[in-house]
Design a protein around this ligand. Structure first.
Ligand code: CMC
Length: 419
């Protein structure tokens, strides 16, 4: 739908950029002919103004705090749906009918066994290997066993990675703790089986429900760092396991998914230091300190993170239900209040994000801190695969940005004795 155009003129040459309007009325100018017509390329560090694709999966409005998967509000899905249903929705665009959901669920169960070689690979890794590195390696290793057609978005490929991933995450957790793997139980539900394999016992319904909600809240987030990485890797025709493995690596960093581990470590550090939140808020405001309050701020949410609101409520419920009294939660509340009332944070629109509360729930459930980011990956998997599938179906070209070269221009090579 081109409703208007932008004309760019440079050095006597000009180009017409059609304005594309999305279904939520967001305008974009299409610069496909910019370089050919004018010789210009664009420069946009961090892609703050650059749409990398057209997508029909997730809509978010950072100013209004809106997040929707395929048109459904995240709060509705978190309250009424379940993770497997949301995965289907993200992948296929519609909520499943009862027979579709039953079929999808049984295919996930039937394909969940992970080959023995993967267990051997995990066991062979150095004991100090972070679970995210183990997960990236194990996911990539699946391409050794299921290579056939795995660069195509076939149903078999999609089911295979979705079915095996929770088993891999649970195996990684056991491996990191030096514990034996728990056999995969194909009679259990997706989340129930994951919890059973991770802890060696069935989780209570309250915990399963909380996990389900957390996974739904993490399931997709449009073109974020890891998802863009998955699409970029997949655009070269890399197979789904390689593409998702690349996404796991991108998610690991503390500015992205790794923030949930960093939040809890920061709360622990504040607690160990005596719990003076004002001191840490002051440090976060002092640029020279290089310290940031983890779990605050977001590239796109500049009002509130709708996921954080839902998680905060779930967090209260889980802690009440488990009877957990955690000083870190008090510290977290104090930090939140201090930040919400401080002009540094208010002026920069820095609010608690999804990772601020999720770690507290994971900790109360009993997950080790270094497993928090793999849990984010478990939630994000359907989003990654849906975005990878969409990229394939759109027949998008290989991702290959331009650059502005700022290095040396041509200079003659000098023999070492003449330098
Ligand atoms: N603590 C203190 N100051 C901050 C923080 C923070 N957590 N976040 C941003 N700022 C300041 C930053 O110093 C800058 O100040 P100034 O304008 O004076 O130079 C301003 O706020 C804008 O920050 P930015 O780094 O330019 O913003 P960005 O959009 O590039 O980065 C962010 C977004 C999430 C990486 C950043 O806010 C951050 O590092 N937060 C902490 C890490 C975190 O919680 N990450 C999880 C994000 S949610 C999970 C996910 O979806 O990945």
């Amino acid at each position: 739908m081109a409703e208007d155009k932008v004309i760019i003129t440079y050095a006597g040459k000009s180009t017409e950029c059609p304005v594309i309007i999305g279904t939520e009325q967001e305008p974009a100018m299409d610069i496909a002919n910019l370089r050919d017509d004018t010789g210009l390329v664009t420069l946009d560090f961090g892609y703050k103004n650059t749409g990398a694709t057209k997508s029909a999966i997730t809509f978010l409005d950072g100013e209004l705090g809106i997040l929707r998967y395929r048109g459904y509000d995240i709060a509705d899905l978190a309250e009424k749906s379940n993770f497997v249903e949301v995965a289907y929705l993200l992948l296929y665009g519609e909520l499943p009918t009862a027979p579709q959901l039953a079929d999808f669920t049984s295919k996930l169960q039937a394909n969940s066994d992970v080959p023995a070689e993967i267990a051997t690979i995990l066991k062979a890794m150095p004991k100090s290997t972070h679970p995210m590195a183990q997960l990236a390696a194990a996911t990539l290793a699946l391409s050794g066993v299921y290579a056939k057609d795995s660069a195509k978005a076939t149903e078999e490929t999609i089911i295979n990675i979705l079915a095996k991933f929770p088993v891999l995450v649970a195996m990684v957790m056991r491996n990191t703790q030096g514990l034996d793997f728990v056999p995969n139980d194909k009679s259990l539900g997706y989340v129930e089986n994951f919890m059973n394999m991770a802890f060696g016992k069935q989780a209570s319904q309250v915990i399963v429900d909380a996990m389900d909600k957390l996974l739904i809240l993490h399931a997709d987030h449009e073109q974020n760092c890891s998802t863009s990485t998955v699409r970029m890797a997949g655009s070269s025709n890399a197979n789904v396991y390689a593409s998702v493995s690349a996404g796991i690596s991108a998610l690991w960093g503390p500015l992205h998914g790794g923030a949930n581990q960093a939040v809890l470590e920061q709360l622990e550090a504040i607690e160990a230091d005596g719990g003076d939140t004002a001191k840490f808020v002051a440090m976060a405001k002092d640029k020279a300190s290089g310290f940031r309050l983890m779990g605050f701020g977001h590239r796109v949410y500049k009002n509130f993170d709708p996921r954080a609101r839902i998680i905060k409520k779930a967090c209260d419920e889980v802690l009440n239900d488990l009877g957990v009294q955690d000083k870190k939660l008090t510290i977290a509340m104090e930090l939140e209040q201090a930040a919400l009332n401080d002009s540094y944070f208010v002026d920069r629109k820095l609010y608690p994000n999804v990772d601020f509360y999720s770690g507290i729930i994971y900790k109360a459930i009993g997950f080790p801190t270094d497993m928090f980011t793999p849990l984010f990956a478990l939630g994000r998997l359907p989003g990654w695969v849906a975005q990878w599938k969409e990229m394939k179906e759109n027949k998008e070209p290989i991702g290959r940005p331009r650059q502005i070269f700022t290095g040396a221009t041509l200079r003659p090579y000098k023999e070492v004795e003449n330098r």
